[in-house]
Design a protein around this ligand. Structure first.
Ligand code: SAH
Ligand code: SF4
Length: 395
């Protein structure tokens, strides 16, 4: 139902000249609201408080189990209530602007969010699982010298709706929704979630937390807590809080074994150095062999990849139940580094492994579509439009 005229009438006369887009975007988005927030929003809009809890349960099921975004399709809701939803709320997800599929099956989505900003999400299918890599910010305030996103300044934080919305979009694209009589099974296409796209999740704490709560909730997207990993460059004061308030798995972008090198690679180290970071890791709640911390380590030729580095690394993290994820550097245009040779990566992995830590080397995925770790960066709209236009013309 098109309710725009009604909303326009309700606006002050001087506001009526605003574009029609505004009233639609100004309506609260039901996606991304916590149960409490949704309950309060429904009541504020005039819903019966006695029914609010039931309504929230029904809506969560439609939004997160069945993937429905049109209130008219919510068949167990009475017609007047569906109209009420359309009038007061929107159910919006990011819009796919471009979808690229790599020859290894990796899918990269360029998504447009409110305000015309763009973020990327990447789906990586594997034999026994499917991992969705999502963004938490448009750009990043930090400037890690090996990261493509780091060359783009922060545009804004994503809302919980936009973070959850990335998961909804991927499930739409993969057709992974429950339907009548067919609940979502145990084997999922999107089984794992990593906050390793654009942005520093711990600099957008509340929105990331609220989104992950919906991702983990068994009436929400019902992903397992232990299959969700938040990666941080080292926002020390928020690390333990993340363990307490979010409760997902933790990955640390470690990347160097001396403060001198880490200051250069991960500049947040100048604020919170290696010792402060490792102290926070040691204080991580529920730390155990079953819930180990992942230390990510990007392999940069001649910078951080020596045997001495590997030995220092295992000494530094001694006593922390951990896994070391070695990431071969993924190049991007103008990057000032090279990927370490495979023999060097293997020698490094061997030292770490002999010290008793699992040290998987992350296979670069989706490189042909610039979807690998650290390659994400949304170009300015103008540049992108020009390219899309040129490609369309040339096709
Ligand atoms: N901001 C967060 C999460 C996003 S980055 C963080 O820094 O942890 C996700 C991972 O990709 C991080 O470990 C990051 O260090 C790594 N990464 C960034 N650029 C990379 C590149 N060019 N090659 C390989 N890994 C990279
Ligand atoms: Fe930001 Fe993470 Fe890239 Fe560093 S590595 S610039 S924190 S996205």
């Amino acid at each position: 139902m098109d309710t725009a005229p009604k909303v326009q009438e309700a606006l002050a006369p001087e506001a009526r000249v605003l574009p029609r887009l505004l009233p639609k975007e100004a309506k609260p988005n039901l996606v991304g609201m916590s149960r409490e927030a949704m309950r309060a929003a429904l009541i504020e809009a005039g819903a019966d408080p006695k029914q609010a809890n039931m309504r929230v349960r029904q809506l969560w099921s439609w939004l997160y189990q069945k993937g429905v975004s049109d209130p008219e399709a919510m068949t167990d809701l009475a017609k007047p209530f569906r109209a009420f939803l359309s009038e007061h709320f929107r159910i919006a997800r990011p819009e796919i602007v471009e979808r690229q599929v790599s020859n290894d099956g990796t899918r990269k989505y360029l998504l447009r969010i409110d305000g015309g900003h763009e973020v990327e999400a990447v789906y990586i299918p594997e034999e026994d699982r499917g991992t969705l890599c999502i963004s938490s910010q448009v750009g990043c305030t930090l400037t890690c010298s090996f990261c493509h996103t780091g060359t783009q300044t922060l545009v804004r934080n994503l809302t919980a709706a936009e973070i959850v919305g990335q998961i909804l979009v991927a499930r739409d694209d993969l057709g992974e929704w429950a339907s009548a009589g067919k609940p979502l099974g145990e084997r999922r296409l999107v089984s794992n979630l990593v906050l390793m796209g654009m942005g520093e999740p711990l600099y957008n704490f509340e929105q990331v937390r609220d989104a992950m709560k919906i991702a983990m909730d068994h009436e929400g997207l019902s992903l397992s807590r232990r299959r969700i990993t938040l990666s941080t460059s080292g926002v020390v004061p928020e690390i333990v809080r993340a363990g307490e308030e979010i409760g997902c798995m933790l990955a640390i972008s470690f990347h160097a074994t001396t403060d001198e090198v880490r200051d250069r690679l991960v500049p947040i180290n100048r604020k919170w150095n290696i010792k402060a970071l490792l102290d926070a890791c040691r204080a991580w709640p529920r730390l155990s062999n079953a819930e180990r911390i992942t230390f990510e380590y990007v392999m940069l030729k001649g910078v951080n990849d020596s045997d001495a580095d590997a030995k220092r690394l295992v000494k530094l993290i001694a006593g922390i139940p951990a896994k070391i994820n070695l990431i071969p550097f993924n190049p991007w245009p103008g990057a000032p580094y090279e990927r370490s040779d495979w023999a060097r990566i293997e020698a490094f992995a061997e030292i770490v492994n002999r010290a008793g830590y699992a040290s998987p080397v992350r296979t670069p995925r989706g490189e042909d579509i610039m979807a690998a770790c650290g390659q994400l960066k949304s170009a300015t709209e103008r540049v992108r439009k020009a390219r899309v236009k040129a490609e369309a013309g040339g096709a």
